[in-house]
Design a protein around this ligand. Structure first.
Ligand SMILES: Nc1ncnc2c1ncn2[C@@H]1O[C@H](COP(=O)(O)OP(=O)(O)OP(=O)(O)O)[C@@H](O)[C@H]1O
Length: 366
């Protein structure tokens, strides 16, 4: 870094919300939520249905008022409990799943809807955006002549036409079928990046968040419980529910003695956990290793994989890029799941030995 760049002032986040709170019927539906998003960055607000994602988005859009907290755009206050810039002056673009196009307006008229200024300028912006979403040929067409994916791209062009500083997107792709969705998502993402827009995208689908986000804010019960790059949120989850939100999980319950949790898979480190504490050892099916039975025995213990435990196959299914195998474990009759790349479909009743990758396990208080 040069001395010159050191002296550059750090730009204020394009969007910042501080300590937003909203109650409905005495319940905090959004409970002290803070976020910062830079220009050109996509943050996904990810969480189960009803956790307060849409209410957060609506407060930023200005169609819902917070009980407390502030919203800033480029460092300027646009809303607290006293001062409020009206929604239409916030320079925020909106895209919702059911944000339908106007059926009686042509594609060009739809895209131009939020634009002011001379006709030629508006037309030039409409042509530019339709070119970028590869829909120039439909410029004089009407929404009913377009497929779902094409309509969604027009909606995106319409939302971006006035060059909003921020885009708020609420489950924008959930109306599209799977085949279309990936393509529309990728195209949307590259267009948003080109426009240098700060994006807050609400979704309940982890795959969508992993695919789209620079940063994921995991929300539950009105609070952001974890925030970070997708890789970090996935590999360093804060609790058991955060693991389970992204994938199937296996759980072993144990009690800590001497900073160790004993299990049929050997011991797990539980540093700093007091003796007598019940813990859950949580791991994903892809971190279970399978081995064949060798005359009643399994593989020898290793420091990285611990001790092998015996299980019997109850079900095996091929999922496309991997196979999911379920086992009933000898030690307590519990069911554990393992995934194996490609095709692996052992018959029901087959005995196998399971080990668990130590460096992929999470130990949480139960
Ligand atoms: N106007 C309202 N009056 C009363 N309760 C409301 C209102 N709006 C939202 N809620 C409640 O607040 C909670 C959070 O709703 P919100 O729509 O923000 O959740 P969400 O995470 O976006 O869920 P979904 O993905 O299902 O839309 C829900 O329990 C909802 O019923």
């Amino acid at each position: 870094m040069t001395p010159h760049s050191l002296s550059q002032p750090v730009p204020a986040p394009r969007l910042e919300i501080r300590n937003l709170v909203r109650h409905f019927e005495g319940r905090a539906v959004v409970d002290d939520v803070s976020l910062r998003i830079q220009a050109g960055q996509v943050t996904c607000l990810l969480g189960p249905s009803g956790c307060g994602k849409s209410t957060t988005l609506r407060m930023i859009a200005g169609v819902e008022m917070q009980d407390s907290g502030e919203i800033y755009v480029d460092g300027k206050l646009i809303c607290d409990t006293v001062f409020r810039v009206p929604p239409e002056r916030r320079e925020i673009g909106l895209m919702f799943q059911d944000f339908a196009l106007f059926p009686h307006l042509s594609v060009a008229e739809n895209v131009a809807f939020g634009l002011n200024g001379p006709r030629e300028e508006k037309r030039a912006r409409v042509e530019e955006l339709l070119e970028r979403v590869h829909l120039t040929r439909f410029i004089d067409g009407y929404p009913h002549q377009l497929s779902g994916g094409e309509q969604q791209r027009v909606a995106l062009a319409r939302a971006l036409a006035p060059r909003p500083r921020i885009m708020l997107m609420d489950e924008p792709f959930s109306g599209l079928d799977n085949r279309l969705r990936d393509g529309v998502r990728d195209e949307t993402l590259s267009l948003l990046k080109e426009e240098d827009t700060a994006v807050l995208l609400v979704t309940h689908e982890p795959e969508e968040a992993m695919r789209m986000a620079d940063e994921i804010a995991l929300m539950r019960g009105g609070k952001i419980v974890q925030q970070g790059a997708p890789y970090n949120v996935y590999t360093r989850p804060v609790d058991r529910a955060a693991v389970a939100f992204f994938s199937d999980t296996n759980v072993l319950r144990s009690t800590v003695q001497g900073a160790l949790a004993q299990t049929p898979f050997g011991q797990f480190l539980a540093p700093g956990v007091p003796d007598g504490t019940e813990v859950d050892i949580v791991f994903r099916p892809q971190h279970v290793r399978l081995d064949f039975d060798r005359q009643g025995g399994g593989p020898l213990p290793t420091p990285s994989d611990g001790v092998a435990a015996r299980g019997v196959v109850t079900r095996a299914r091929f999922l496309g890029h991997e196979s999911l195998v379920e086992f009933r474990m000898d030690h307590d009759g519990s069911v554990l799941k393992a995934t194996v790349p490609n095709v692996f479909l052992p018959e029901e009743g087959r005995v196998m030995w399971l080990t668990v990758r130590r460096n992929r396990c999470f130990v949480f208080p139960a």
